[in-house]
Design a protein around this ligand. Sequence first.
Ligand code: HOZ
Length: 460
Amino acid sequence: MSITGRNKNAQVIEKLMTETATKDKKEGSVPAVAETRSKRLFERAKKVMPGGVNSPARACLSVDAEPVFMARADGPYLFDVDDTEYIDYVLSWGPMILGHRHPRLLEAIELGLEHGTSYGAPCRAEVELAELITELIPSIEMVRMVNSGTEACMSAIRVARAFTKRDLVIKFDGCYHGHADGFLVKAGSGLATLGIASSPGVPEEVSKLTISLPYNDLDAVSKAFQEHKDEIAAVIVEPIVGNSGLLNPKEGFLEGLRDLCTKHKALLIFDEVMTGFRVAKGGAQNLLNVKPDLTCLGKIIGGGLPVGAYGGRKDVMEMVAPQGSVYQAGTLSGNPLAMAAGLAQLRALRSEKIYAEMKDMTDKLAQGVRDAAKEHGIKVNVSSTCGMITVFFTKGEVTNFEEAQKADTEMFSKVWKELLNHGIYWPPSQFEAAFLSTMHTKRIIDQTIEAFDKVFKEVS
Ligand code: HOZ
């Protein structure tokens, strides 16, 4: 981005910060230390937004804290409205893999803005992004852009049901595939965080079409296929789970799902909203060498702008309207601005060799946290993969949601609050994964391990 562009940005941010400060002043005196701008914003937010937030996971309820309102971000850092700096391990829940305000993204967005933000008509960038996705994830032969991971997953299920002419869907306890009705059965992420087993408002008739089974339990899947012969349309799974905290698949689990789906003529759907382009260039399917029939992608392919996509086998995707009759649509789908940002991010990921380094940094952080915990007698099980990590406060094995739920969430809550005081913005739930970016350099990781060490000493 040009220097003038950057200055312009800084001016806009400055203006926004001043407006917030002016508003604070109008409401009374300048906030005292305990009554921060963030706290004031939260008070205002609660009056006009349910729970004061636009998505439950960020509300910090399970860590017995109030949400922190952010004002800006840069590289590995977030800055709140009180101008406190944090090392960011939420990274917009994954997509900011190149860190915040990466120059290639800023440049693409700035250029995109000059061409307009939405046409409701086809554009070049969506074709180029689709070509790039199909190149980098070979199981995706055709793709449909949508606006979120939720949309991607619910649309993938619709097309799977149409293709197989069956209604039942198998998912796994603690996996989260967005908030469409059928997925809100024993789901992870915000539901696990708030202890909501299933959501009111979802008709029982709809829930009955979802079979939720323990992750990593192939026998349970096999039994379900026997019990519901010729009724199962699809198995949808986060190949590496991020929404129960990070869970890695046991050897043979994903291969077993592939075999069972092929044998019973059901579709295998990988929800790679978190893992796509993160754990490896071609996602978890590339890392673990298992080919799904359909894949769901999320915000990472929009560089953090609201984008999702679903795609896969050509014979399945050809059923989507207008080529086929499975209806799914969206005015903002494939909008030029989000496509430009996504293209810039995926092009950077294609050309830069980031994954080996990111895996090293994740391993270093995981080991550092384990060592610090051992030093201060804190029980942890640290689970990780390239660019994703969870510190479970348990000594036990964590291979599924039931085991994850045995973690000491009170200890998590104490540690989370202290980490925040030490400048670390960690996901505010035991049941969410933390994310790294290319900006999380050795220095940042060392700083984080040091913070964990201090915090463990304080809470032990
Ligand atoms: N469902 C997201 C994480 N799994 C969190 C969404 C948010 O609160 O921003």
